[in-house]
Write a protein that binds this ligand. Sequence first.
Ligand code: HEC
Ligand code: HEC
Length: 192
Amino acid sequence: MSHRPFIARSALMGLLLVATGTALAATDDETRDWRRWLRMFPNIAPATQPAYLQECGSCHLAYPPGVLPAASWSRILAPESLADHYGDDASLPDALVAELRGYLMANAADGSARVRERAFAVPGAARSDTGLPRITETPYFIRKHRRIPARLVTDNPEVSRFSQCNRCHIGADRGVFDERQIEIPGLGRWKD
Ligand code: HEC
Ligand code: HEC
């Protein structure tokens, strides 16, 4: 029996203790910088699947799969829903729909380990105007955007709809929805 693994583990523990000690000894300023840095990490996984990016990213942002639960994606992908997609025709061949379905199901909000994606799966949304589920009608979305006045959205020709996430969230295609990376056209950087 070798004692090497033990030594390696002890060394690792030692390192961890030093790191923790350093973090605890950090000044308030340093802690704030560190938090800011951490918040910049994309905590919503961006859409990556090529067919999805192409077919579902031409009229609006290819929404990250983690911003709706599986049941909602499933309803959106039903053939009759795609034929009347919030007023547009977004019909696709069956094989392509099956591919998109597999991708969205595997990465939906309700199965996610990411805290912010799971927030989008909390039920209670009001029924939408079109009968199809909307990201913008999830309770989490509504809560996060209720302080934004209409003049910055619907009355703003450069935004016009909340469904145009990337008009304000400049890192949306990378999954970055952080409060510090928002620039509303006509207003500039969002300040809390
Ligand atoms: C032909 C253009 C077009 C294509 C292609 C398209 N969409 Fe849309 N999509 C729209 C329009 C228009 C709306 C409604 C926007 C609004 O009301 O603000 C919409 C809305 C949505 C919404 C609701 C956004 C909200 O308000 O929360 C989702 C989700 C969505 N689309 C997903 C998809 C998916 C998935 C695909 C690929 C299968 C897709 N879209 C392809 C035009 C399109
Ligand atoms: C009109 C500009 C605008 C549009 C369009 C918009 N958002 Fe936002 N969003 C904001 C602002 C501003 C905040 C921060 C609100 C606050 O600080 O109270 C925010 C907050 C968020 C947050 C929470 C971020 C955090 O750090 O807590 C998420 C997630 C989010 N938006 C997702 C989306 C998604 C997804 C879409 C598209 C379906 C979207 N937003 C469309 C302006 C917008």
